[in-house]
Each structure stands twice: as structure tokens, then as C-alpha cells.
Design a protein around this ligand. Structure first.
Ligand code: BG6
Length: 494
């Protein structure tokens, strides 16, 4: 499906996200024939840059980060002509008026009917000013749709998110606002819906009668790299928990939507967030949420520094680089089923996995007490490996009656020729087509913040109470105890 012809405004065009994700995503869409011929991109940022320099930035980014490579030939030249740059001070409305003139020329050149998508890869403090100045500068006038796409973090807590939302809502309607959570753009996260609702073996068992617990792990090997300044104020709970982890949880836990339409799906997702059992006080938080920070350690024979020694991080920082928590979704389907989620930096592997652990079978006469049966598992591998596998019990070949767990494995990323589009590619494509299912609606963001705020507030009362873990390890031992108390353990990731 090709995108409608439109101009894509990228605010933050000289930033990291543009370079690593957005330019490569645009180029992949182009290479796959998903981009209208009449498209244009205007990169906007503060620093001065000539059109040639900007096009060179785009070229370099594609060479480094895109799954397709460009060649500096005529085809590339024709593609690059669709990219322009505008240096702009976000607080100066005159710059927006100039941007309007530049846009009208470009729209005329490519016969674009006024469709404009504004992508803000900026700090959230700037979302309001940009929206107001887009309006004052006349950028929202005329024919065609006007959409706002915003990156996380959407605020730093519920209060700041509300302020932000009020500001942008003075300019844009909710249905024209696309809040990105790039995990929702991942192939396997979108696949959760299909696995659940298109398979006779899962949905009938998808409840507290048959599921013992659900575990979501999002582990990263990287530290904070060059993002210490941002991360030290955010921490794992806000950087990953409020958004990616809770979004994956909603996909796993939601009721089947009545129709597969964006609003119906989002209605079901927000109900999950509203059903999360809140932690009532600091004591409950302490019991159910583990926070950790990495100290110096090693991985693959390489020494790794402590978090507090990382660039742009306060040497006395109490920011968590890891958290694990136990949650309950208080509704009919999930009553009593614990959801355990954990995420951290500097863990031993980079992976995102969801494990659904089924209740154990009663030991029956045939099996007697002789065997300790492992529970059945459904494992959804989100990244970097993509696929699902089911662990079942079977007789050990050749033995008389020994039982062993075996895996039925569907490895999507192992299939020859599979080249799943990147999350950003899919989300950009969706936003230009006005398909909003995999973007977060305001009520989802607000519910997620109110849940997370309680944890953050409890932590703020006693900031120094932080467990540590050596870089390269699986996080604080308290996170293992969290499950052991319930008779469970974290399933090893693959
Ligand atoms: C981002 C976080 O949203 O997601 C980063 O800000 C994190 O801290 C990243 O590294 C992980 O995304 P992915 O797609 O690489 O798993």
C-alpha cells in the first residue's frame, strides 16, 4: 500500500533518532515501493546546514543503518532531491513563516495536496511551542490533512504529560496525534494479536484457569552510551516501563476487540491499564518492585564501568538501570495470575521475550510420582530473534518412560528471505496512511503514568534504597526472590 502524497517534516533532523532510524525507514519504504512518488521530506533543526550537507547526512545514515544500501548514482540523486533542510529556532514564529513558503514551493513542485505530517523527535518540553508556532506560522492552513507524530517520553509523570497534552490539543485533534511507542511497531508485538485470536489452542486457555504466570523480559547489553544526560533523569521505569513494557502487557492481556479497528483495539488495551492493581503505599512498592543499578562488572572478557562512572551521569546517582515488578490485572480473566516484568541495561544478552507459563498438569496415575513434569510454556520472541515456540513434554526417545521437555519452534527470523521491516518503517507508513492502531492514545498514556507515578513517588521518598548488580549479570538477586516467593522462577531467555 502506497502512502498518500505528503510532506514529512522532521523536527530534530540532525539528531540521533533521525540518523539511526528515521532516514533509513524512509529509504526502506521507498525501496519497497511503499512511498508515493510525490513525497518530500523537510528536515528541521536549529543548526545551519546546506541542502547538500543535509542530503549527505541522509546518505551516510542510510549506508550505516539501513537494511538497503544506496548507491551514489542518478537514482540516488533523484531520491535525494526530495529532501530539503530548514534551520529554525523553534521559538521564533518567523522561521515557521519561512518554512511555510518553502513548503508551498515544494508542494507545488510535486503536486502535493497540502498533506503534512509533523514528526517531533525533540524533548517533550518543546512539543507545545512547536505546535503553537506551526499554527501561528500558518503551517496548518489550507487543504489536506495535518498530523502530529511525537516521540517518547510523553512527559515525565502524569502531571507533566497532562500539561503537554493540553498544549498540543489546543492545536491538534486527538485523532491527528500519533504518539509513538516503537515497540508497537515490532513485528512480533503486532503478531501477539494473531497468535492469540487466530489459534484454537491458545485463546481457550488464555485465562487464570490455565495460565500460572506471565513473564516479560526486555534485557539490553548496552549501558547508557551517550544518553547519560537524559537517562539519569528518566531511569528504567520511565524509559522502558511506562511505555514499552506496559504496552506489551496490554497486548498480551487485552480482551478480544469486537472489531479489528483502531479504536476498538485501543479501548481494550486501555481497559487492561485501568485494571492494573495499584500499589497503595511505599511498603507495597518495596515488596513488589525491585530497583537496581549496575556496578562495575564484565562481559565477554571485557571490563565494564559502573553506571555512576558513565559519561554525563551524576557520580552519586540513584537512578535505576534495572527494575522488575510483579503486577496483577484485576479483571475476571486474570484474577490471581501474576505478571512479572523486568528490564535492565548491561544484562548478559539483548532480548525481548514474553513467556506464558501454563499451570502444571496434575500428576496422574499413569505418570505417578516418578516424574517432575515441567510446565508447558509459550514463548514469544520479540527481538532480536523473532518467533514463537511452545515447550511440551514428550517421552525421551529410546528410554522406557522418561519424560523431557521439547520445543516446537517457529523461528520467523530463521526463514530464508525474511527481512522484517523495522518498527519505525512500519509506524511511519501507518501514520502517513492515517492508521492509528499501533500508536498510543492519550488515555493509555495517562493510565500508564498514573500506575508508574505511584512507584516513582515511593522511590522518591527513599532514593538511596537501591540494589546493585554487576554489569554483565542478570540483575539484583532480589528479582529472583520476587518469583521464588510465589513458587516460580524466571525462565532463562534464549
Ligand atoms: C528506547 C529506550 O525507547 O528503547 C532505550 O529509550 C532502549 O533506552 C530502546 O535502548 C530499546 O529499543 P530496541 O528496539 O533496541 O529494543
Amino acid at each position: 500500500l502506497q502512502t498518500p502524497s505528503s510532506v514529512f517534516f522532521l523536527f530534530g533532523a540532525t539528531g540521533d533518532l533521525a540518523r539511526r532510524k528515521l532516514f533509513p525507514a524512509i529509504y526502506s519504504l521507498y525501496r519497497e515501493g511503499k512511498l508515493a512518488d510525490d513525497f518530500a521530506v523537510i528536515g528541521v533543526a536549529r543548526r545551519p546546514r546546506t541542502q547538500e550537507e543535509f542530503r549527505e547526512d541522509v546518505y551516510q545514515s542510510i549506508q550505516e543503518f539501513c537494511r538497503y544500501k544506496a548507491e551514489a548514482n542518478e537514482e540516488w540523486y533523484a531520491f535525494a532531491q526530495h529532501f530539503e533542510y530548514k534551520a529554525l529556532d523553534i521559538n521564533d514564529v518567523n522561521g515557521f513563516r519561512e518554512l511555510k513558503e518553502q513548503t508551498e514551493k515544494i508542494e507545488e513542485r510535486y503536486h502535493i495536496p497540502g498533506n503534512r505530517m509533523f514528526y517531533l523527535a525533540l524533548a517533550p518540553e518543546l512539543f507545545g511551542s512547536v505546535s503553537f508556532n506551526l499554527q501561528k506560522g500558518g503551517m496548518l492552513e489550507g487543504q489536506g490533512w495535518k498530523r502530529l507524530v511525537i516521540e517518547k517520553p510523553f512527559g515525565y509523570d502524569l502531571k507533566s504529560a497532562e500539561t503537554l497534552n493540553e498544549q498540543i490539543r489546543q492545536v491538534f485533534r486527538e485523532e491527528d496525534i500519533y504518539r509513538i511507542d516503537h515497540y508497537l511497531g515490532k513485528e512480533m508485538v503486532q503478531n501477539i494479536e494473531v497468535i492469540r485470536f487466530a489459534n484454537a489452542f491458545f485463546e481457550p486457555l488464555w485465562n487464570n484457569m490455565h495460565i500460572a504466570n506471565i513473564q516479560i523480559t526486555l534485557s539490553e547489553t548496552v549501558g547508557v552510551e551517550e544518553r547519560g544526560g537524559y537517562y539519569d533523569h528518566a531511569g528504567a521505569l520511565k524509559d522502558m516501563g511506562q511505555n514499552h513494557m506496559l504496552q506489551m502487557l496490554t497486548m498480551i492481556a487485552m480482551e478480544p476487540p469486537s472489531r479489528l479497528l483502531p479504536e476498538d483495539i485501543r479501548d481494550e488495551k486501555v481497559k487492561v491499564l485501568r485494571s492494573l492493581r495499584p500499589y497503595l503505599n511505599a511498603e507495597e512498592v518495596e515488596k513488589n518492585v525491585i530497583r537496581g543499578q549496575y556496578i562495575a562488572g564484565s562481559a565477554n572478557g571485557q571490563e565494564l564501568p559502573a553506571y555512576r562512572a558513565e559519561d554525563k551521569v551524576d557520580p552519586n546517582s540513584n537512578t535505576e538501570t534495572y527494575f522488575a515488578t510483579k503486577l496483577f490485572v484485576d479483571n475476571f480473566r486474570w484474577a490471581g495470575v501474576p505478571f512479572y516484568i523486568r528490564t535492565g541495561k548491561r544484562l548478559p544478552v539483548k532480548t525481548t521475550e514474553i513467556v506464558v507459563e501454563f499451570r502444571s498438569m496434575p500428576t496422574n496415575v499413569y505418570l505417578g510420582q516418578k516424574h517432575k513434569l515441567e510446565p508447558n510454556l509459550l514463548v514469544i520472541r520479540v527481538n532480536p530473534m523473532e518467533g514463537i515456540y511452545v515447550k511440551i513434554n514428550a517421552k525421551k526417545p529410546g528410554s522406557e518412560s522418561d519424560i523431557q521437555p521439547v520445543a516446537m519452534d517457529f523461528c520467523q527470523s530463521c526463514m530464508v528471505g525474511i527481512n522484517s521491516p523495522e518498527a519505525y518503517e512500519r509506524l511511519l507508513h501507518d501514520a502517513v496512511r492515517g492508521e492509528s492502531t499501533y500508536f498510543t492514545r492519550w488515555d493509555e498514556v495517562a493510565s500508564a503514568w498514573s500506575f508508574v507515578d505511584r512507584i516513582a513517588e515511593a522511590w522518591a521518598e527513599d532514593p538511596g534504597k537501591l540494589s546493585t548488580y554487576p554489569a554483565g549479570s542478570w540483575g539484583p538477586t532480589e528479582a529472583d526472590e520476587l518469583l521464588e516467593k510465589d513458587g516460580f522462577h524466571w525462565w532463562p531467555v534464549n
